[in-house]
Design a protein around this ligand. Sequence first.
Ligand SMILES: Cc1cc2nc3c(=O)[nH]c(=O)nc-3n(C[C@H](O)[C@H](O)[C@H](O)COP(=O)(O)O)c2cc1C
Length: 325
Amino acid sequence: MRIGNINIDRPLCLAPMEDVTDRPFRAICKEQGADLLYTEFTSCEALIRNVKNARRKILVDDNERPIAIQLYGSAEASMERAAALAEKAGADFIDINCGCWVKKVANRGDGAGLLRDLKRFEAVVRSVMRGTKLPVTIKTRLGWDEDSIVILDVARMLEDLGVQALTVHCRTRRQGYTGAADWSWLPRIREASGIQLIANGDIKTPEDVKTCFDLGCDGVMIGRGAIHSPWIFRHARHYLDTGERLPDPGLKRRIEMCIRHLTDSVAFRGAARGVPSFRKHYAGYLKGVRNIANLRKDLMQFTEVEPIVERLWRFYEEYESEDAA
Ligand SMILES: Cc1cc2nc3c(=O)[nH]c(=O)nc-3n(C[C@H](O)[C@H](O)[C@H](O)COP(=O)(O)O)c2cc1C
């Protein structure tokens, strides 16, 4: 697959996820084999008003390359200016969010709201292209609801506009996260247009990744599956290359990764914000581990790194000695 000068065979992409895929989490996923990274989505209006949190979201580092900055909005002039700012911030390409389903975004016509107005959708894409010379990609859903699935028209429109890749979360806006992602749309999109296609939605295992490539996709994007298992990228690549499954990393390695991620998060945001915002990640690192109720309760209360590290290793020792008994 090619996006500008980026050339990667069957890329495994880390999905943009607000409050999740910040720099520390992206570093973990990159280390675990993610080929393409995306920032959290950033409002074009906030960016051009120079809002501090928006500026933080578009911070990218050289060792994250290739990386996309993801923008959302529907006002052409703002999107054009935001695209220029994202280019200046060091993005390798710009991704436009046309799939966000939350009311305050979609009902205003941003995100998935664009699926209800393809003329505006087109104008937004054109405005971003005017604002940057970087490659532009789109991430969207199948349509607003099951009665208005427009993805085939969207794919043809984007190909004509010169958009370099299209990521499709195979649900409608109305579905939110209910039901299952319908991957049967992927070969239909592939047939309808020549745009490079990245599959997204409910891809959780190496087998799922292979299925999506077998359906004709050029890339695969993983969101929640990476929160649960950041090592999914490495495992999926191994499976694609060999047809064999790697073993689970095991509790010791999970704890090491968790501590490293926590430490980086605190270095990035400070303890006051970094420790609470990290709490959503424990469930992933401890997924499938037995008897974690007390551990989880403690982890939710600590406000400093040191007691967390101490508690995790104490849990590990108890766990191992139980195993040995
Ligand atoms: C916590 C969270 C935050 C998200 N934030 C974004 C975002 O900023 N931009 C975006 O395009 N999609 C966002 N998404 C959607 C994901 O990128 C992805 O499309 C969706 O979760 C389906 O993929 P999955 O089943 O692999 O998670 C978010 C999803 C989650 C769970």
